[in-house]
Design a protein around this ligand. Structure first.
Ligand code: HAM
Length: 423
C-alpha cells in the first residue's frame, strides 16, 4: 500500500508555490514599510507555554494541540499559533529593553491544530502574523488592523468585511463575567459538558461554543458593551475614530469572541464576503492582549496583533477570481543543433546564469521544433540557436520571441546582448 499524506495537510506543488512566495513577499514588504521586523521562532515549544498563554479552557489547548514527550521526558507541543511563541521570545530576549519601542514583529510559518479537516481548515496551515508589543495607544490597534486590510488590498481582494469588538479591560471583563454567570447558571444543565466546565472558569468561552450556539440563552446573553467602564469605552471609541480616519469600513459586533483567552480591549476578524466562499469565512483574526507578557513571566507590557492563514487567503483570491502576477519569464533558451553545439551550450548557459540571467536548454535530445516548443512554454524572451556552422564562425543566432526578429551575434558578446533584452 502506498503511503499517503497525513489527513488535514497539503503539498504545495510547484504550480502553486510561486503564489505562496508572492503572498509572503507582499505581506513582508508591507510590514517592513510599517517598520515591523521579522522574527522566527521554533515550531515546537514547551506545552506549558500554550496552556498558560492561549488558555487551558480553549478548544485549541484542550482538544487540538499536538503534544508529545521528547526523549528527555519534556512535554512539548507543535505550536498551534504564533503569539505565545513571540511573547515568549520577547520576554526571553528582553526585547522590552530594546531601544525601539514599541517592538514590532512579523512572522510566517506552519501552525498545527488537530481539527476536523474541511475546506479552509487544515491540521497544518501557514499563518502570517504580526505583533506590536509595548504600546497602549489605540492608534496602534488601528495600525495593526490597517496592515491586514492593506495586505488584502494590495493582493487584490475586495469583498471583505471587517468586524470589531472590545472585550474591555480587566474591570469591565470582571463585571461582564459576573453577568454571564448569572445569565447561564440557572439553565447550565441544558448546555454541553464543556460549557458546564467553562461556567466558572471562563464563561465568555460559552459564547464561542459550536455545539450550543443556537440555544436561546446565547441570543439574550449580556453584551460586553453594556459593561465597559469609561476608560475601555474611550479606548474603543478612539480605535473606531482612527479606523474612520483611515477610511476603513467596519462593523461592531458585540458577540465577537475570539478562540483564544489572552484578549482584552480590541478584538477583530476579517471575513470574506465573496459569493461561493466556503462555510468558514474568517480570513484573519486578532486583538489586544495586555497581560499576556506578564503571564509568560515578563514585565507588564501591552500587546496587539493578528494572524491569517495563507490557505484561506488563497481560497478568497480564488473566490474573487483574482490572478496574482506570478507568471515566470525566461531570459534565454538555447536551442542546439548537433553534438558539438550541445557541448558548447554547457559553457554558454553557465555564463548566462552567472550574469544573473535565467536560462535553460534541452536535456533530452529533443528535435529542434520541440526545443522551440519548450522555449515557448517557458515564456522565453529570447531563443539562441547554436549549430555547427555558427560555432565554426564563433557566432550564435538570437531570436526575439516577441517580435520574431533575428540577428547573429559574436559568441564573445552573447551574454551582453542577452542582457540588453532584460528591461
Ligand atoms: P486564530 O483566530 O486562532 O488567531 O487564527 C488566526 C487565523 O489563522 C484564522 O483567521 C485563519 O485564517 C487561520 N486559521 C486558524 N485555524 C486554521 C486552520 N485549521 N486551517 C487554516 N487556517 C486556520 C490566532 O492564531 C492568534 N494568534 C492571532 C493573533 C495574533 N492575535 C493576536 N496576535
Amino acid at each position: 500500500m502506498s503511503i499517503k499524506i497525513p489527513r488535514g495537510t497539503k503539498d504545495i506543488l510547484p504550480e502553486d508555490s510561486a503564489k505562496w512566495q508572492y503572498i509572503e513577499k507582499t505581506a513582508a514588504d508591507i510590514c517592513r514599510n510599517y517598520q515591523y521586523e521579522e522574527i522566527r521562532t521554533p515550531i515546537f515549544e514547551s506545552s506549558e507555554l500554550f496552556l498558560r498563554g492561549v488558555g487551558d479552557t480553549t478548544d485549541i489547548v484542550q482538544k487540538e494541540m499536538y503534544v508529545f514527550e521528547d526523549q528527555g521526558g519534556r512535554s512539548l507541543a507543535l505550536r498551534p499559533e504564533g503569539t505565545a511563541s513571540v511573547v515568549r521570545s520577547f520576554v526571553e530576549n528582553k526585547m522590552f529593553g530594546a531601544a525601539n519601542q514599541p517592538v514590532k514583529l512579523y512572522y510566517t510559518g506552519p501552525m498545527f491544530r488537530y481539527e476536523r479537516p474541511q475546506a479552509g481548515r487544515y491540521r497544518q496551515f501557514v499563518q502570517f502574523g504580526i505583533e506590536a508589543l509595548g504600546s497602549e495607544d489605540p492608534a496602534i490597534d488601528a495600525e495593526v488592523i490597517s496592515i491586514a486590510m492593506e495586505i488584502y488590498r494590495q493582493l487584490g481582494l475586495k469583498e471583505l468585511k471587517l468586524v470589531i469588538n472590545t472585550l474591555g479591560d480587566n474591570e469591565s471583563r470582571k463585571a461582564h463575567r459576573e453577568a454571564l454567570i448569572a445569565h447561564f447558571e440557572p439553565r447550565i444543565g441544558e448546555f454541553c459538558s464543556d460549557c458546564q466546565n467553562r461556567l466558572e472558569k471562563n464563561p465568555l468561552r460559552i459564547l464561542d461554543c459550536k455545539k450550543d450556539r443556537d440555544h436561546e440563552l446565547m441570543k439574550t446573553a449580556p453584551s460586553i458593551l453594556d459593561f465597559l467602564n469609561e476608560e475601555s469605552k474611550n479606548y474603543f471609541d478612539k480605535v473606531q475614530k482612527y479606523l474612520g480616519e483611515m477610511e476603513i469600513s467596519f462593523e461592531v459586533d458585540p458577540t465577537l469572541v475570539r478562540g483564544l483567552d489572552y484578549y482584552n480591549h480590541t478584538a477583530f476578524e476579517i471575513m470574506s464576503s465573496a459569493e461561493g466562499f466556503g462555510a468558514i469565512t474568517t480570513l484573519c483574526g486578532g486583538g489586544r492582549y495586555n497581560g499576556l507578557v506578564e503571564m509568560i513571566g515578563g514585565p507588564a507590557t501591552p500587546g496587539i496583533g493578528f494572524a491569517f492563514s495563507i490557505e484561506r487567503l488563497l481560497a478568497a483570491l480564488e473566490a474573487e477570481a483574482v490572478e496574482l502576477p506570478v507568471q515566470t519569464e525566461l531570459d534565454c533558451y538555447i536551442v542546439t543543433m548537433g553534438e558539438e553545439a550541445k557541448d558548447h551550450s554547457v559553457k554558454l548557459l553557465h555564463k548566462l546564469r552567472q550574469a544573473g540571467l535565467s536560462a535553460e536548454r534541452d536535456y533530452l535530445d529533443r528535435k529542434i521544433k520541440t526545443q522551440f516548443k519548450s522555449a515557448d512554454r517557458m515564456n522565453a524572451k529570447l531563443v539562441a540557436v547554436l549549430g555547427e556552422d555558427e560555432l565554426k564562425e564563433n557566432k550564435i543566432n538570437l531570436k526575439d520571441m516577441s517580435t520574431g526578429e533575428q540577428q547573429q551575434v559574436d559568441l564573445d558578446v552573447f551574454v551582453e546582448e542577452v542582457k540588453k533584452y532584460r528591461a
